[in-house]
Structure formats: C-alpha cells, structure tokens
Design a protein around this ligand. Structure first.
Ligand code: 6CS
Length: 310
C-alpha cells in the first residue's frame, strides 16, 4: 500500500522533516508494507490546490495551513490571529496539543471534506521588509504579502498595511520585482526560500506562531484497517510533541546561519512596542468573531487560556 502525503513546503523544510519522521515510523512499524510517498511543495500546486486534492482523494495526507485554509474552513482562521497563544513555549505547546482544540475544529473540517489529524506549530512568525517594522506606523501603506485567506490579510490590515494575498511560490519574485514590500513567515522558511536575498530587515515581533494543520481525506481515513489507523494516530501523537523541538532547532540553525553570513539585519521589539501591535491586533479578532460567532469565541478562549469560556 502507498500513502500519498503532500507538503506545502520544499525539501529541507519543517514539513519535510516531519513527513520523513512519519514515513520512517509507518514503514518500520508496518514492516515495509506501507510506503509513504512524500510530495514536497512544487509540481502538485499551491497550498489551496493541495487541500482540494486531499478533499477529492487524489492525495491521502497533507498539510493545510490556516493562512490559506481559512476561507474554506473559517474557524481555522483563529490561528491567523496575533497575540493569542501565551509567549512561553511550554504553555503554548500544551494549549495547541489540547485535544479539545482538534475536537472543536473537527466538524468544520469535515463539513468541507477534510479530516483534521493534528495541529503543529512551526515556530514564531518573523516579518521581513526593506526597513525595520517597529510600530504599526511602519506598516502604513506597506504592500505586505500575507497568505491567501481573509483572516491572514486582516491581521496585517489591522496594523495599517495593504495586504497582498499570494501563493508561497510567488513571494520571492514579487519581492524582487517590488510588487510587494514585505512578508511574514517563520525564520526557517525565510532562509530556505531565499527571502533574505531580497529583504534587508527581519523583525522578530513574537506576535504569532505559524500553525499548520495535518489533514487526511475522510474516506481514505475511514477505509484504513483498524491497525493502520492506530499506527497513523500513534505516530501523529508522538510526533506532536517532537515537532516543537524539530521546529525550534531548525529555526535556530537557520537564524544562526543568516546572522553569521550577515544576510539580513535583525530587529527585536521591546514590550512597549509589542503592546502597540497587541492593541491594534484586536480589530482582526472582532472580525473573526463576526464571521464565526459562538464557535469562534470558543476557539478563541481555548487558544488564549486553554479553557472554554464559562
Ligand atoms: O507563506 C506560505 O504561504 C507558506 N509558509 C510556510 C512556512 N508554510 C506553508 C505556507 O503555505
């Protein structure tokens, strides 16, 4: 048997490391009877297209980042909001690994033809531009690339930016041709996509973490034998914890590389500077709640303090 697993990121990325771990575990535990065919980002299409291929059964497993997915699954837009998860990694990790989160989101994923397996953080989002981004004022009129969903754009519109929504593969050339002036991604992605070649500054605002969802085709998942399903869910559960270390290490390595090479100037924000962004970010929250109502409120509370509102 072959399981087809599609990634929104290129070889060497976080998702690629994750997929290789999953592949090795499944192939070992099944004694080689299950082969996991991993498709890094490229020929299969954009993130949105990968989701479509998963919904229609051409692909069995995929990553679907809420940055792109939230127009299809509005509730997943909660991960596009800033200043929700606690700053402290252990606290953030236990919130993201709280089974209540997948449980609350599952109906929304199912309604759009997807089975949600897990949520994984790939690390802090960094903002790049050809200047430091230290105040919402620095975003005024800035053509800032975001992922393609409305909520992804709203989070930066709230800071005063003019969001431009484009697929991942177009970001490098759009920066090079000055069609956009900045973008946001985890550090590892900025390095491997070469964005530091065409951007002078990287701001580390600690405003949000990049979260992706691991999805499966629902019929494929239901059609697995009990044993196969157990292998998959066990592997995903084990990897859930490990993924934080993988991301942390990958981001740190790539940050060190960029700093050593002098590729890009680093900018960090003071608590006071972050407070100004935190305040401005509330507007995106209001719009998310308007679109998702009670469900959105429940997810928001789960993300903020790990508990549902009373
Ligand atoms: O910015 C993007 O569109 C992409 N960034 C990452 C790190 N993963 C997938 C996503 O599509």
């Amino acid at each position: 048997t072959t399981w087809r697993f599609a990634l929104e990121e290129i070889e060497g990325s976080f998702q690629h490391l994750y997929a290789k771990h999953l592949r090795d575990r499944i192939e070992t535990i099944s004694d080689g009877r299950i082969v996991v065919d991993v498709f890094p980002y490229g020929s299969l299409g954009t993130s949105t297209q990968l989701t479509e291929l998963t919904a229609n059964g051409s692909i069995d497993l995929a990553f679907a980042s809420p940055g792109h997915l939230a127009d299809r699954v509005p509730e997943s837009g909660v991960f596009n909001l800033h200043f929700l998860l606690p700053e402290e990694p252990e606290a953030a990790q236990s919130i993201l690994q709280n089974p209540a989160l997948v449980f609350e989101l599952q109906p929304a994923y199912q309604a759009s033809g997807l089975h949600l397996l897990d949520l994984v953080s790939e690390g802090w989002m960094a903002w790049t531009a050809n200047k430091p981004l230290q105040t919402p004022g620095d975003f005024q009129e800035l053509k800032f690339r975001t992922m393609t969903s409305k909520t992804a754009a709203q989070s930066f519109r709230a800071y005063g930016a003019k969001p431009v929504q484009t697929p991942y593969a177009e970001v490098y050339s759009d920066l090079q041709l000055h069609r956009i002036h900045g973008q946001s991604n985890p550090v590892f992605a900025i390095e491997e996509m070469g964005f530091h070649d065409v951007q002078s500054h990287m701001t580390l605002p600690k405003a949000s973490r990049f979260v992706s969802s691991l999805i499966a085709n629902p019929e494929w998942f239901a059609g697995l034998t009990e044993r196969e399903r157990q292998w998959l869910t066990d592997a995903v559960e084990d990897l859930s914890g490990q993924a934080w270390d993988i991301a942390q290490q990958l981001n740190q390595e790539r940050l060190d590389t960029m700093v050593e090479r002098g590729d890009i100037k680093l900018v960090t924000l003071s608590d006071q500077e972050r407070a100004a962004f935190r305040k401005a970010s509330q507007q995106a929250r209001t719009e998310f709640i308007k679109a998702t109502e009670e469900k959105g409120q429940t997810l928001l509370s789960l993300m903020e303090n790990g508990r549902q509102a009373p």
